[in-house]
Design a protein around this ligand. Structure first.
Ligand code: IMP
Length: 430
């Protein structure tokens, strides 16, 4: 089996969790390589719904090995709660099937507090999930971060935490007039988390490379989406990690030569949570209709926030295909477009009188560009049981074919409902 990266081509919430769940049986390892518990991957199995935040969705398949890679940022109590929650539902979580990188960085309460202060300030609100993700990655880049391995060495944890608190408390008390964070209880708590998690904390890059030597296959599970990538997204309205395919290598310790395929997940329309430009956003009641259509509404899995909804933006997806090197495309939530009367798809923008087919980094372009749409017919009736492309309503087939023509590639798989079985396979993904 090849080694495959699955990533979102939009602003996250494309339905990656379900696709990962469907293809996991083909792999030996599933790896999360970036982000943290800002993610919420939903998998529906029969009548049960699972939402995974930090643990790879592959955990729902017995016999798979799951890795939380060095590129991930970990909130230990949130991870422990997720592990316990899964165990209570009969899912096996043990040091033989879950491996946490020694190099993953640790989120502390002070990260969440700094983020809260920044988000509630008068400028620069990003609309983050407030999970401390950005400040934790800031510490990593500033070389003052605490890594999972540090939780196993009391004297290292003590030294790093004391040093960080000295600086942070100065900022909290002198600039914001707040209370200082107390060292000892924080230290004790995190030392305890370290003890609890110690059997899981490993050199995961070694595990993965040894697995490759034994011809085992790896699935890299992206979180968020390319347009939230810190380099290629709508900066500064992005997350703080590389959600694009390149992150799979730096966030796991597997060299690019081992990646055989990059699968891009594209929702049949667009959503985004938080602030930032969104050229094809729908601003009237139609957005509510899309948001509430189908069995699962468009509300953030981690924060419950309503997602902004809009039409499919092919200009944005083209950039994603390019920067990720996507060779397979999967379309999700096609069924939802059966709930609207007419469908629009954005093929290009107009900006300063010019036709724009590829995005440029100017943030003003995002804000000022006028999307140019093609209007298409919708269809009536439930398509969630359809198994063959030819059995879809002709309007749905035309919509898919129009997207394929514009993107110059075939869509391999179409998801027509939230359940594991609700897919139309048009060609092999691998
Ligand atoms: P952060 O990742 O919490 O720092 O948030 C930065 C931006 O990314 C905000 O607009 C969030 O709403 C967005 N974001 C973070 N994680 C997700 C996700 O899993 N799905 C969709 N948007 C996300």
């Amino acid at each position: 089996m090849p080694n495959v990266v699955v990533i979102g081509t939009q602003w996250g919430d494309e339905g990656k969790g379900k696709i990962i769940d469907i293809i996991t049986p083909y792999f030996d390892f599933v790896v999360r390589f970036q982000g943290g518990n800002n993610a919420g991957h939903t998998v529906i199995i029969g009548k049960e719904t699972f939402t995974l935040h930090l643990i790879p969705s592959g955990i729902l398949h017995p016999g798979k090995e799951l890795i939380i890679g060095n590129g991930v940022v970990i909130d230990p109590p949130a991870l422990i709660a997720e592990m316990e929650g899964l165990r209570k539902r009969g899912i096996e979580v043990n040091p033989d099937n879950l491996h946490i990188s020694k190099g993953a960085h640790v989120i502390f309460p002070y990260h969440k507090l700094s983020e809260k202060i920044r988000e509630e300030g008068s400028i620069g609100r990003i609309g983050t999930t407030r999970r401390g993700i950005g400040p934790c990655y800031m510490d990593k880049a500033a070389r003052v971060g605490v890594r999972m391995v540090d939780l196993l060495y009391p004297e290292v944890l003590e030294r790093k935490l004391k040093r960080n608190l000295e600086e942070i408390n100065l900022i909290f008390t002198k600039i914001y007039g707040g209370e200082p964070i107390e060292f000892s209880s924080l230290y004790e708590n995190y030392l305890n988390y370290g003890k609890l998690l110690s059997p899981y904390i490993k050199d995961t890059y070694l595990l993965l490379n040894r697995a490759l030597e034994q011809k085992k296959s790896i699935l890299f599970e992206g979180a968020q989406g390319t347009l939230l990538d810190v380099d290629f997204g709508t900066y500064p309205y992005v997350t703080s990690s590389n959600a694009s395919a390149g992150g799979a290598c730096t966030g796991s310790g597997v060299g690019p030569i081992h990646i055989d395929s990059v699968v891009g997940i594209m929702k049949a329309y667009t959503t985004r949570v938080g602030e930032g430009p969104f050229p094809t956003e729908i601003k009237d009641e139609l957005a509510d209709r899309l948001r509430n259509a189908g069995p699962i509404g468009e509300y953030g899995r981690s924060t419950g926030r309503p997602r902004r909804c809009g039409w499919l933006d092919l200009v944005a997806v083209k950039k994603s295909i390019m920067v990720n090197g996507i060779n397979k495309l999967i379309l999700t939530r096609l069924d939802i477009l059966g709930y609207v009367d007419k469908i629009k798809v954005c093929t290009h923008y107009l900006w300063k009188g010019k036709k724009i087919e590829f995005l440029s980094e100017e943030i003003n372009l995002w804000k000022e560009a006028v999307p140019v749409y093609e209007e298409m017919e919708s269809w009536e009736g439930d398509i969630s049981r359809v198994k063959k492309f030819e059995e879809l309503p002709i309007q749905a087939q035309k919509y898919v074919e129009r997207i394929e023509k514009e993107l110059g590639r075939k869509i391999s798989l179409i998801s027509v409902g939230p359940g594991r079985e609700e897919v139309i396979q048009r060609e092999p993904i691998f």
